[in-house]
Design a binder for this molecule. Sequence first.
Ligand code: SF4
Length: 340
Amino acid sequence: MKNIKDYNLDSLKEEFINMGEKPFRAEQVFKWLYEEKVKEFDEMTNLSLALREKLKENYTMCNFNILKKQESSDGTKKYLFDILDGNAIETVLMSYHHGYSLCVSSQVGCKMGCKFCASTGIQFARNLTSGEIVEQILAVEQDNNIRISNIVFMGIGEPLDNYDNVVNAIRIINNQKGINIGARHISISTSGLVPKIYKLAEENIQCTLSISLHATTNEKRSSMMPVNKLYPIEELLKACKDYINKTNRRISFEYALVKDNNDNLEDAKRLVHLLKGMICHVNLIPINKIENGAYTKSSNENIMKFRDYLNDHGIVATIRRELGSDIDAACGQLRRKNLR
Ligand code: SF4
């Protein structure tokens, strides 16, 4: 059966026309799904009984079950969802002074194999559908009775490796009649799939692009992120410049500081050289220690020195707040522990 949440408003209107229904019925359904957040077709009381039956016969609502929920002392909540096919995915809710931010997964597992990532031990199973991406937002909003204001595609999976479903999910999230979160409050984080960055620049979606850079030489980056062997730093930054030119959006570069690896002054100098002249921001991440992992966090002193060097040389850099470190909020950790 088809998942009704897989459709953006235009494609749902087409579905309704093909069913012999008026397109405005699709808008009514959208309102029930994303404004009223109902969980059953029978709750859509302004639809005729006959239409509700037709919808029940042809579509599911894909309501996830919560398998596990962990809450950190700083209010971060990590969810493990049963996605109704025997697989489980993670979603993390973070609370900031400006509102709630949700870190969503885009795939079950990941193919990219970044060495610092806890998902690396989880085999790739499949892409999430658009509806399954959207359902993470609805399920967390319902569970907490809140409205989420920011979405980050930074959970399990490489979002640009599931390009069509992620872009379609953004159209649902961004639609004023849908979840209604502004594109500027939606951020896609990628390990650097260069052809997809060029494609995204053409989509006319004003979302923020976040690049997991993490190293300043191809040798070091390839040892941390195998994707770099396919798309080395020079090609990646060329695609980033194209994205900035076409969208006029600032790019955010993620840089996880790893002790005795990429956290010295030489790295900071090279980073300044690489990013010079780009409209960008560097997000320095004190990496969460991964169980059995080879990487450990840099000292606070090194992290601050690194940030200060960038800021002193014209690159805006901030240190990301360590949220949820007491509940293993690095991607993949909750799922891996639970499934053992
Ligand atoms: S960091 Fe992201 S892209 Fe890399 S393996 Fe982990 S989930 Fe995949």
